[in-house]
Design a protein around this ligand. Structure first.
Ligand SMILES: *Cc1c(COP(=O)(O)O)cnc(C)c1O
Length: 454
C-alpha cells in the first residue's frame, strides 16, 4: 500500500499541475479514444513504469472538473477538506448497513441527518439517509409517498391510476422513476411554469381537480428548489396548501440548490420547506463535496422503515434499528458518503457552509452585472439564481459551447427555455473569484473574435 500511496501522491501532483496549466484538457475524439490511450485489458500484467505511464496519460486527457475553466454542470471545484474525508472513506472501506461494520461512521451519518432536519424545521420524528444521487433521492421520496397512500402496494403492486405532479422544467428523474415504480410515465402531469420558471400553483390545482374528476388517484407533488436549467425555486408554501387540501405527499427536490438552507440571506428561497414531507439535497453540488453526496430527509421516519426495511437475519445480528442504517436505505452494501461532508462541515463550521453558498450567489451577481453592462450580451435568467443564462452576439449557444470545448478554451454548457437557446454559466465552484468570472467572459470574447461564426 505504501508504494501505491507514493504513486498516488505523484499522480495527484501531476493532476494539480495539469489543472493549472491546461484547465481544459484537449478532448479526444470518441472514434480515436481506443487508439490514443492504452485502455486494453491484456493477459499479461502492466507493471511499474508502464502502468504509471498509462495512468499519467489517462489523467492528462480526463476533463478537469476542479479547474477555473469548468462551468459545465452543476458541480465543480475541489474543497480539500471534503476530498480528504472521501479519501479516508475509501481507505476505511466500511459498508454503512450496520453499526457492527461501520461503527462511529454511523454516528457521523446520523449527526449530519439530524442537523439538517433541525435546520429545516422538521420535527422530532424526522430522519433520513444518504442516497446514491439526487435521482435516487427523488425515487425514495416517490416510493415512500406511494406506500403511504396504500401500503398494500408493496405486496399487490399498483392496481389503480396513481398520479404524480411536477413542473415542466423539473428534473427528468421524476418521469423515469414513475416508470421504475410501476406508476407509469403517462401518469406524470407536467405542471405549467410562469415566466420565472416556477411551478404555476393554479395549474397544479386544476390538474389535480381534473384527475380526481376522472377517478384517478393523485398522491405526490414534486417541487423543485433550483431547477436544472434556470435555477428557479418553486413556491413551496403555496404548493403545500394544495397538497394539504388534497392529502398529497410534498417532496422538495433540492438536489441543485437545496443547500440554501445554510444561508441566512438565501434561505427565503425555500420558505415553507418545513411544511414538506420530504426534502433532498446534493452536497456534491452547492456544498462542493466530491461526487456522490446525496441526502434525503423526511418528516416521519416511519415511512422510511415502511418502504425500505427488510428483515435479514444474516445481516442484522446486533444493535438496534437506529444504528443499523441498512433498514432505511435502498441498497444493501452502501458506500460511506457521509464522511466527506462531515469533514468539511466539522472543519469550516455551519458558518463556513453558509459562506460557500453565499459565494456562489455573489459570483452569479458578478456575472449578471457583467452581462447587463455589455450590450453584446442578452440575459435570459434572473436574480437569485446561480445559473446565469445568456447569449453573446446572437451566436447559437450550442455551436459556441461545442467549439469552446473542442478548442480547449472553456467547459460550459447550453440550455433552453421558452424557445430560447443560451449558454448556461453555472457559478457553483465557490473557490472561484471575481477575476475567474471576468476571465470567463474575456476568454469567450477573444475566442469569438478569432473564429468565424457567420
Ligand atoms: C442534479 C439534479 C438531480 C439529479 O441528481 P443526481 O445526483 O445527478 O442523480 C435531480 N434534481 C435536480 C433539480 C438536479 O439538479
Amino acid at each position: 500500500m505504501t508504494e501505491d500511496l507514493k504513486l498516488f501522491n505523484e499522480l495527484v501532483e501531476q493532476l494539480l499541475t495539469q489543472e493549472k496549466e491546461n484547465p481544459v484538457a484537449r478532448p479526444i475524439d470518441t472514434d480515436k479514444l481506443y487508439q490514443t490511450l492504452d485502455l486494453e485489458l491484456n493477459e499479461e500484467p502492466s507493471i511499474d513504469e508502464d502502468f504509471k505511464d498509462t495512468l499519467t496519460k489517462i489523467i492528462k486527457s480526463t476533463p478537469k472538473t476542479a479547474s477555473t475553466s469548468f462551468f459545465n454542470q452543476l458541480f465543480g471545484g475541489r474543497l480539500s477538506r471534503a476530498t480528504l474525508g472521501d479519501l479516508l472513506a475509501v481507505m476505511l472501506n466500511n459498508s454503512m448497513y450496520t453499526y457492527k461494520v461501520a461503527g462511529p461512521q454511523v454516528g457521523i451519518e446520523k449527526t449530519i441527518l439530524h442537523k439538517i432536519c433541525d435546520i429545516i424545521g422538521y420535527g422530532e420524528h424526522s430522519d433520513g439517509t444518504f442516497v446514491p444521487g439526487g435521482s435516487m433521492s427523488n425515487y425514495m421520496a416517490m416510493l415512500m409517498a406511494r406506500d403511504k397512500y396504500d401500503a398494500a402496494i408493496r405486496e399487490t403492486g399498483v392496481q389503480t391510476k396513481m398520479v404524480i405532479y411536477t413542473s415542466e422544467t423539473s428534473h427528468y428523474s421524476i418521469a423515469k422513476n414513475a416508470s421504475f415504480m410501476g406508476i407509469g410515465r403517462n401518469q406524470v402531469r407536467f405542471v405549467k411554469i410562469d415566466h420565472l420558471g416556477k411551478m404555476r400553483v393554479d395549474d397544479l390545482e386544476d390538474k389535480v381537480q381534473k384527475d380526481l374528476k376522472e377517478g384517478s388517484h393523485p398522491f405526490f407533488v414534486n417541487a423543485t428548489s433550483g431547477t436544472t436549467v434556470l435555477g428557479a425555486f418553486d413556491d413551496i408554501s403555496s404548493i403545500s396548501k394544495v397538497c394539504k387540501k388534497h392529502k398529497l405527499w410534498l417532496h422538495v427536490d433540492g438536489a441543485y440548490c437545496g443547500s440554501v438552507i445554510f444561508s441566512e440571506q438565501y434561505k427565503f428561497l425555500v420558505k415553507g420547506l418545513e411544511l414538506s414531507d420530504s426534502f433532498s439535497v446534493n452536497a456534491h453540488k452547492m456544498l462542493g463535496t466530491p461526487l456522490t453526496c446525496s441526502i434525503i430527509v423526511t418528516q416521519d421516519k416511519k415511512y422510511l422503515y415502511q418502504s425500505f426495511s427488510n428483515e435479514a437475519e444474516y445481516l442484522y445480528q446486533t444493535d438496534d434499528d437506529e444504528f443499523n442504517l441498512g433498514k432505511i436505505s435502498m441498497q444493501c452494501g452502501r458506500r460511506n458518503d457521509a464522511l466527506k461532508l462531515w469533514t468539511l462541515w466539522k472543519s469550516v463550521g455551519t458558518k463556513g457552509l453558509e459562506n460557500i453558498v453565499d459565494k456562489q450567489f455573489e459570483l452569479a451577481d458578478i456575472a449578471r452585472n457583467y452581462i447587463r453592462n455589455h450590450s453584446d450580451y442578452t440575459l435570459y435568467s434572473f436574480d437569485d439564481s446561480i445559473s446565469v443564462c445568456f447569449n453573446y452576439k446572437n451566436i447559437p449557444a450550442k455551436k459556441l459551447c461545442t467549439l469552446l470545448y473542442e478548442h480547449s478554451a472553456l467547459m460550459v454548457g447550453f440550455g433552453t427555455f421558452e424557445n430560447n437557446e443560451f449558454v448556461r454559466l453555472v457559478t457553483i465552484n465557490s473557490l472561484l473569484n471575481e477575476k475567474d468570472i471576468l476571465n470567463f467572459f474575456y476568454t469567450l470574447e477573444e475566442f469569438v473574435n478569432h473564429h468565424d461564426f457567420k
